[in-house]
Design a binder for this molecule. Sequence first.
Ligand SMILES: Nc1ncnc2c1ncn2[C@@H]1O[C@H](COP(=O)(O)OP(=O)(O)OP(=O)(O)O)[C@@H](O)[C@H]1O
Ligand SMILES: [Mg+2]
Length: 631
Amino acid sequence: MDILQKVEQYREEENKLKWEGTFAQYLDILRERKEVAQTAHSRVYEMIKSHGETKKNENTIYHFFENEIYGLEDTVERLVNEYFHPAAKRLDVRKRILLLMGPVSGGKSTIVTLLKRGLEQYSKTDKGAVYAIKGCPMHEDPLHLIPEYLRDDFFEEFGIRIEGSLSPLNTMRLETEYDGRIEDVLIERMFFSEDKRVGIGTFTPSDPKSQDIADLTGSIDFSTIAQYGSESDPRAYRFDGELNKANRGMMEFQEMLKLDEKFLWHLLSLTQEGNFKAGRFALISADELIVAHTNETEYRAFISNKKNEALHSRIIVMPIPYNLKVSQEEKIYEKMIRESDMAHVHIAPHALRVAAIFSVLTRLKISKKQGIDILKKMRLYDGENVEGFNSADLEELKKEFQTEGMDGIDPRYVINRISSAMIRKEVDAINALDVLRSLKEGLDQHASISKEDKEEYLNYISIARKEYDEIAKKEVQKAFVYSYEESAKTLMDNYLDNVEAFCNKHKMKDPLTGEEMSPDEKLMRSIEEQIGISENAKRAFREEILIRISAYARKGKRFDYQSHERLREAIQKKLFADLKDVVKITTSTSTPDETHLKKINEVVVRLIDEHGYNSISANELLRYVGSLLNR
Ligand SMILES: Nc1ncnc2c1ncn2[C@@H]1O[C@H](COP(=O)(O)OP(=O)(O)OP(=O)(O)O)[C@@H](O)[C@H]1O
Ligand SMILES: [Mg+2]
């Protein structure tokens, strides 16, 4: 299907969802589907629930956030349990502003954006359908048409509680356009859309001198005053402020505490009474979830000012700390890189992991618990097994500090450093060391890092580096050991042939030339020495192995390299010792011989095919591990 066809199909689907009818017909819909009349808070909560949830131990994972917000399960759960859920039940928290408070680039805006997108989608579903008085700039709730004195009767019949009164504009329209007959008022289905400013509003602080309260509450339309004769005629007023537009859905206040006070006072009555004042009109009812965000410093300054008490008591603060799980932090970087213009660059395996280790370390607080160092804590937090600790210890650790993750290195810093590493390197491949180096250099330019913090952070970089050394060595071994079984078997067969010849005192045949030759003493010793068998003990060891082999043969069992514990250990160690040599040679200045080169190429190919490297990063890895082994 080409793009134009898809566009048409999309348009058709949108059109199918549209609905328009009279208020009387709307009541028929309500009789069948009460949820259509739910409050904004309840709709947000139902939207979150509609994506499903999983209970895990005592916790609930909400799938709505799952593939977008990483590592903040506890935070998200708290957000739902302490705000969205009770607010949906019309408990008092719904009359509070939800203030997400957390360190920079910790995901606050991402959470809010997610909620907005979620609402837009949800309003297109049956369960999430929303209806409004047609032609109303504030998409007013149709139920406001029911007069106050009939609302108890309405509740009895429909089981729905009505809040808020009909707006000045619709009061006037009811008289002029519908002759007071509410049953005839036209109702339409509405679809939330931030772009079209329907049910979703956003307010960002800008220059306080030019920012006008009208941005929030609308303003007089001077071009129509002449037509309607008076400033207090609602038809001469444009209800196009963000608070107007956000009615029925949600309203975001970015960096709320940077706003001038005069804007904040409007929120007082909006949150508490569900209405706000615009122009020369009676209060306007609005039903919207207000979510704001801020950082901790601004928040502290705000609450320390006595003047803000009234507003403060109308705020529910939800801390949004940084993620503290290394594996989740990696996912954050992957996502940010995917969404950036660096997506084409090859990032060697583990490069993001070491960056994540570093950032998480800067965010953790050092535990006073016995025997738990910061690395162990980091592992436990990420769900790894750490010897001597269990899940009860983990819970205890989490409770040790009231808040954790409110400071440290932020994801945006890491991404910036990765991209500057890329620019400098000039090849489209960066590895863990490039990333660590760049992180380290960046600390000098990072304005908000104190001297003590810098010391500490440098220490964490070297911890991350050590972690990487271990990972890198293992990785090369793994690649080398791909044909491990085979190599082990060949080596053992070779060893056993020699041992047999040695014990029975006969010659061996060279497989190529057919010439007779003595057993290869050097080879046998090189294996035996791995497990500390002395020159004096070698004969006994060799004979014991032969006895074991014949015992196996008598029982009809196959003797392989796993059949003898110490022999197996010796073979394994020998293979790794050889590996060390192979890798060392790649870094030595003398030219490697042909067999070594072949081996190296095999390992490189395996790193590329099976472990996610490219030829640049695979060779860099080998060189690095070589230098480690040479130390
Ligand atoms: N826990 C997280 N899960 C997923 N992405 C995250 C997380 N934390 C941060 N990010 C990513 O980091 C970037 C910055 O996040 P965001 O803009 O939401 O932060 P913020 O808290 O609003 O920061 P600021 O205070 O600077 O406005 C985004 O790309 C976001 O996707
Ligand atoms: Mg933000």
